[in-house]
Design a protein around this ligand. Structure first.
Ligand code: FMN
Length: 234
């Protein structure tokens, strides 16, 4: 299984270790590609909207493309981020902002509708719901049909500080998630995504695009009619 792990932090703390644990349960070492943020995409979105006209015009396209290409080849995407002030890390948020053009409302990629993703977050004590929700919103917006979240309060500032009992619980939980991921078949695009896609299609048909190139993108793929990305992608 090809896995891409996008770490919302450069360091290898509790969150990284949980992501790596899950990846190691599912894949061989050479099947796992890790990205670290901000190391591998060290930019904030400039709000220039160049990507809306043409994705390759993003000032950071070269770095972004490396990550997008790896994501396209992956069978599973794992996103990790520590809980920073009840949100994902700033680096993870910057990455999500730079993926703005992938949202269904703009130029969704066919292959996103085939992906499975797991979002992992750790905190000292607080709920990770808010941090994971922000990542999940983007993944839903990109069209990813299977999104599993797992958050845990580790009461620690790094992996070494995490108590053995807690590590054992995490390992048990990751074993459960890995088992499910191994058994499940290709994900099915849900009703919410289908409805959202249809609404976006109606919007583009009516000419409510951010740019005429968006309507063209949708029209070329037959999405303004009955064509759907989850039926077209391999
Ligand atoms: C900038 C910053 C903000 C944080 N905010 C919170 C928070 O709001 N709630 C919480 O429970 N823990 C918070 N923490 C603690 C981390 O979420 C926690 O230690 C986490 O397990 C760190 O993951 P890591 O080992 O992967 O870096 C914060 C830590 C930092 C550095």
């Amino acid at each position: 299984m090809n896995i891409v792990v996008i770490n919302g932090q450069n360091h290898k703390g509790s969150t990284y270790h949980i992501g790596r644990m899950l990846a190691d349960m599912l894949a061989k070492k050479d099947e796992i590609t890790e990205f670290f943020l901000p190391r591998d995409l060290n930019h904030f979105c400039l709000g220039c909207y160049s990507c809306i006209e043409d994705e390759t015009k993003c000032p950071f396209w070269n770095e972004k493309k490396v990550i997008l290409d790896a994501m396209e080849r992956a069978d599973l995407l794992i996103f990790t981020s520590p809980n920073y002030c009840l949100a994902p890390s700033g680096a993870m948020k910057s990455f999500l902002d730079l993926m703005f053009d992938c949202w269904m409302v703009h130029r969704p990629r066919e292959w996103m509708f085939q992906k499975r993703a797991v979002i992992l977050s750790t905190s000292a004590g607080a709920s990770n719901g808010g941090a994971m929700k922000i990542v999940k919103n983007s993944l839903f917006g990109w069209g990813v049909p299977y999104i599993k979240t797992y958050g845990i309060a580790v009461q620690a500032m790094n992996w070494d500080m995490v108590k053995n009992k807690k590590k054992a619980k995490i390992e048990k939980d990751m074993t459960g998630i890995a088992k499910k991921l191994r058994c499940e078949k290709a994900p099915r695009v849900g009703v919410k995504t289908r409805l959202m896609f249809r609404m976006m299609g109606m919007m583009h048909a009516a000419g409510w695009d951010s740019s005429p190139t968006e309507k063209q993108y949708w029209a070329e793929r037959g999405w303004l009619g009955k064509g759907r990305p989850w039926k077209q992608s391999k």
